[in-house]
Write a protein of this length. Structure first.
Length: 106
């Protein structure tokens, strides 16, 4: 049992940081598309009568190619979100000149 006299952390410190909704949605959709395309390629290859080696090669190459494309897409989304956040922080820093706005550099 914990000691009731010990201080507890505020609720906001105990929760893990979450990604912005746009980035989280983009990553989730990319994972879903990647899994579905991998499954479709594998099933279609098996239905076509391909050997196990061909199925693995087709599925692996499809996952690799699509995975790289989706990674690049998610990287651009994340980079755009960070750039937007930086611009917003710079605007806030310029609006409050007396509170150390000149010390912060991006």
């Amino acid at each position: 049992m914990s000691d009731p006299r010990q201080p507890t952390a505020p609720d906001n410190e105990m929760q893990p940081a979450r990604l912005p909704a746009l980035l989280e949605t983009s990553i989730t959709l990319a994972r879903l598309v990647l899994v579905l395309v991998g499954a479709v390629v594998t099933v279609r290859s098996l239905m076509a009568g391909a050997t196990w080696w061909d199925v693995a090669l087709r599925g692996g190459s499809a996952l690799l190619a699509l995975g790289l494309l989706l990674w690049a897409l998610n990287w651009h989304v994340a980079h755009g979100l960070l750039r937007t956040l930086r611009l917003q922080l710079e605007e806030v820093a310029q609006e409050t000149p007396g509170e150390g706005g000149s010390e912060w550099r991006a």
